[in-house]
Write a protein that binds this ligand. Structure first.
Ligand code: SF4
Ligand code: SF4
Length: 297
């Protein structure tokens, strides 16, 4: 399975591209080398930031909308597309290209990417892609490999600067994104889906809100009884009220609990007791409705 999200072949079906990558592309490890450089002096500068499919992770959205000082829902409305496909197991968010003939990225400026230090993961990775063979016992959790992509007309490969794969990833600040990416994959590639599980529309909406629309998720966390029902450290709660990274961390835990039934969030003991009480009452009520109320002595 390819994790390449910035397709160099926008018109090819994604599956064909994935097969091609797994079959034909040389597999690179951290010590393998390549030569590449991208800078304003190169004749193709800015030509690759148009008409590309860029899938956004929750952390990509968090960084971009913070950079732009926008509310999450505003950012999503203005800069993203949410394609709907019957095969989709979890919500998909893509960067919306401009509506001009070239379909340029909305963040492209004469000087290059206007949000460069907060650009999304796929833009950091290029010219590298990351893939894993899904049909192995470990699937995506198994061995992954990097490969080199080469967009048509990309002259960066003619430049003499030599990199190891590891050096490139460090230079582009990929590791921070990868940590969040791993957490997100725990959700999107959960065993629940391998076992044929399907999210209801309500759960799909919760998934989307918790991962991408963090301002709305914050309203949910602080405006509902959630914090009264679950044991969440007070300092952590305080931090969630203003820190998006902390809130996103909680969102991942919350989804693992509420969607996949994992014990990532602990219900307060008094809530469990109250729930047991409700069950007892329910049982009593059921008994009463079958047998009629017990006579008062
Ligand atoms: S976000 Fe920046 S690097 Fe990525 S496509 Fe847009 S302009 Fe290019
Ligand atoms: S085509 Fe290649 S070298 Fe040219 S701007 Fe894009 S990434 Fe840089």
């Amino acid at each position: 399975m390819s994790e390449e999200k910035r397709s160099p072949f926008p018109k090819d079906p994604q599956e064909q591209l994935q097969e091609k990558i797994l079959k034909d592309y040389p597999r690179l490890g951290p010590e393998d080398t390549f030569t590449f450089s991208c800078h304003p002096g190169i004749s193709c500068f800015n030509k690759c930031c148009s008409d590309v499919n860029i899938f956004l992770s929750p952390y990509d959205v968090l960084r971009m909308r913070k950079r732009l000082e926008m509310k999450s829902s505003e950012f999503l409305k203005q800069y993203t597309l949410m394609p709907i496909h019957k095969e989709m197991k979890t919500p998909v968010v893509m960067l919306r290209m401009n509506d001009d003939e070239a379909k340029t990225c909305p963040f492209l400026s004469e000087g290059g990417c206007s949000i460069y230090s907060d650009r999304p993961w796929p833009c950091r990775m290029y010219p590298l892609g990351l893939a894993a063979q899904k049909d192995t016992p470990d699937g995506w959790r198994g061995e992954r490999f990097y490969f080199l992509l080469q967009e048509e007309g990309c002259e960066g490969f003619e430049e003499p600067t030599k990199w190891t794969v590891g050096q490139w990833l460090d230079d582009q600040g990929v590791s921070e994104y990868d940590e969040w990416g791993e957490g997100f994959k725990e959700l999107t590639l959960h065993k629940f889906f391998d076992d044929g599980g399907v999210l209801s529309p309500e759960k799909m909406h919760m998934f989307f809100t918790a991962c991408y629309d963090l301002d709305k998720f914050r309203e949910f966390v602080f405006g509902s009884t959630l914090l009264q029902r679950f044991e969440v450290d007070e300092d952590f709660v305080d931090e969630m009220s203003y820190n998006d990274e902390t809130l996103l961390r909680f969102a991942f835990l919350w989804l693992q609990f509420s969607i996949f039934g994992e014990k990532t969030v602990k219900v307060k003991s008094e809530v469990i007791e109250a729930f047991k009480g409700t069950l007892e009452k329910k049982k009593l009520f059921e008994k009463e409705s079958v047998e009629g109320p017990e006579e008062e002595k």
